[in-house]
Design a protein around this ligand. Sequence first.
Ligand code: GRG
Length: 305
Amino acid sequence: MNAFSDHFAFYKNLVEESLLRALPEPEMNWSENQIPRSLAIAMRYSLMSPGKRLRPVLLLAACDLMGGDLQSGLPFAVGLEMIHCYSLIHDDLPAMDNDSLRRGKPTNHMVFGESTAILAGDALLNEAFDQMAQSCHPNALKALRAISMRSGARGMIAGQTADIFSENANQNAPEVRYIHEHKTADLMIAAMEAGFILANADPNELAKAHEYGLKFGMAFQIADDLLDRFSDARHTGKACGKDDKKGKATWPSIYGNLKAKEDATLFIRDAVNAISFFGERSAFLKELALNQLNQLENMAVEVAN
Ligand code: GRG
């Protein structure tokens, strides 16, 4: 363990304790206000399976950097992780990516069936907004809007739609950038913006947060594309080698593996430059981005496309 991993673990523990508190108990009765046991169990199964918790950690770290109160960031960190988790459950469904492994475990629909998986995803999405709506923070509505815009039809769902329609279609560079920006980077941007908004950041500071989230998210998705080509389920906890089989638009499919790795490195450098504006206070977020760079550098990427 080092100072960075201790710091990461500190934020992650705060998130996981809050997720557990926010989840409905699997009740047996059909009395008012109780949730069907099968739904509560399916929600808990995916939400509490071992994810990295990257987005809520980003949100708390962003709030911390600006001197905000971590407790006031927690409902939004929980909400964002619930939104991310619903998107994974739905993405794994047969109608979308049809995956059977996620976070090292069978996907939600493999265990509970498709209808419960759809409902568990829907329920997590709505619970997310309920959690955030309980905040009494004066900037709560602004933070909530940053998250709703970036996760909705103008954000992650737009990216997912473009991703699905890219399969076996003519693909081009602007399209793959659009997909990466919206499917993946938007939730990272939302995390940074919400954390900064809750800490009363000014527009110039918010612009730096946006730039960090965008560039970190782009690099993260390119690394994910490369992992799909060069890693395996033992390492990633999900099936690999699927993007090319499905004819998906990815950074390596458009630019080749080596350029993809180089571009991801440049995105990380941009993210680090943006956050360095905050001097010493940016140490954690800088190291988080540089960790991504280390992973890329250690990745055995082949020259051939
Ligand atoms: C179904 C509306 C809808 C959206 C789906 C999240 C998503 C959008 C698709 C999942 C597939 C994918 C490759 C998404 C890009 C983002 C990404 C790499 C998600 C996985 O995030 P991690 O690695 O996962 O942070 P954990 O499990 O650690 O939380």
